[in-house]
Design a protein around this ligand. Sequence first.
Ligand SMILES: [Zn+2]
Length: 407
Amino acid sequence: MTASARPVATAVTIVGAAGFALAAWWLVPWGAAPSGLTPVPASDVFSATEVARAEAYSRWALTWSLGSLAVSVGVACWLGFTTIGARLVAHLPGRWWLKVVLAVAACELIGRVATLPFSAAARQLRLEAGLTDQAWGSWAIDVLLGQAVVLVVTSLVLLVLVGCARRWHRVWPAVAGLALACFALLASFAYPLVVEPLFNRFTPLPDGSLRTSVLELADREGVAVDDVLVADASRRTTTLNAYVSGFGATKRVVLYDNLVDDTPEDQTLSVVAHELAHARHDDVLVGSALGALGVLAGVGLLGLVMPPRPGGREGVPDPARTPRVLAWLAVGALLVSPVQSGISRSIETRADVDALRATKAPVPFVALQRALAIRSRSDPTPPALVQFWFGSHPTVLERVGLVRDMT
Ligand SMILES: [Zn+2]
């Protein structure tokens, strides 16, 4: 970055951050819980044996996932904030764009190899707890596919950043920020069509009483649903889930096949009502818009933390600095996690409240929350800091607490 790019980087940071704060204040349903989120005692929902089993599993699951995170951020910082990454890139062949793609691939590969033992340990733990019966070969294909998606997306992001910084010395933070904000929106829109089919097969929910009830519920909640899809998740997991993805023409409600096959219909409808609430409020679009503004602010900040070096062309425009950009992205993602999680918990709380209002069926709701937690062995009382930083949903005891507050 030349010194004259700093004013633009500052302006982009301020516009992005202010836009994000305003949009978050306006669009996020803060205070969706009628009387705050108050957990019920664990003993109201689970037996002592169930709690002990969940805690034993969660302790190790958390160890592996936090370990993996620490190693991946640590490796990114080691490559980016020492001279090691830059020296590595110096050996790479080709023009700037090829160097950038190869640098991303090398850094991602080193990070992936370093975290592989944690992923394998986590998979072994899930296998032993009966949460998956996926064979190692098919698991390895998932890991490779997941890594390929990360590689493509990260390379595109870096190519836009470096390309803009090389082309527009002064205004690149604005150009790259806007381009990547649009890319974030587009990626979220295209995700159900491009990425999800790589991992699962989707079939329409077959005709029958469940399909009829789902469409009736959608009608009552005023949600236009073209189709409800079933994903073949059972080949990978025994846990239950459902989600909404995409927006506009790509919006879809997806149920895991094991939720359709092994769950009583009133409980499945409780999940569907939750997902329909997301669809009705366009929560995916809201999340994507917030993400896009966050990206804008992030690119501005990147312009500020990667100052110019003598000679003017170093910093972001220099492919040798790609490992440093990746390190800042890793640190940034970790630091914004509590904000993302807090927003997500508010949106999830509103979906629960709406589902309870729409179905007027608190008993299946509680039975379902219990089943979800037992199946996934989730800790009813996760460490407060972990829940604050990474918890995308209220805890199971908080969700059951909603029922008590609303009835
Ligand atoms: Zn949800």
